[in-house]
Ligand binder design. Sequence first.
Ligand code: GAR
Length: 224
Amino acid sequence: MDSKECSFVILISGRGSNMRSIVTRMAKSSGPRRGKVCAVISNNPDANGLKWANDQGIETCVVNHHDYPNRDLFDKRLAETIEKYQPDYILLAGFMRILTAEFVRKFQGKIINIHPSLLPSFPGLHTHQKAIDSGVLWHGCTVHLVTADLDAGPIIAQAAVPVLPEDDANTLSERVLSVEHQLYSEVVEGLIQGLISISGVNKIQVAQGVKTTFYKESNNVVHV
Ligand code: GAR
């Protein structure tokens, strides 16, 4: 690998809007190091994000979980597919499969996920409805390292948005998604430039001055 290049494989299951914002941000970077997305891989052959990635000239690949009798065999095939690209990092961007401990061990310190809640609150699914039901006033998203425990790895960055009285899960998810796009693409830029790095056993290092938290006060104003 060129030491000035940081490479990624992105895993998606659907729309792929986080993937789009990461790829778009990467193309705009003026930093000294370049980022490269080697491939976008999906477990879902109908994932809308695959077409967009193809249109950008990014290699795409499907490892359909329905083709495998169990999680172990699916993850084994997924790992083999990823290893062909030897990426520096694997980005989960709306990848809706739980990864086995063996898969996580194989790529320890290299798998990063975005989760639509302020972890450790609301792991798992239906995070926006859970936030509304619980009565919290702030909700948001978390970029974290993936470990064998679901949505529980070390936190790299978080962004918060208010929960408004009139919100339903849809309006709240849109507000969160807009900060997801900003947060994840900034973390990826930090990884590319070496300002955010992972060392030892899942130890995150962030260079001084790099912002890993922000919040959105209304639908339009982002304070960083
Ligand atoms: C995003 O909100 C992401 O945080 C969430 O799925 C959505 C994917 O949207 N991920 C999870 O829930 C993972 N547990 P996208 O495909 O448009 O990026």
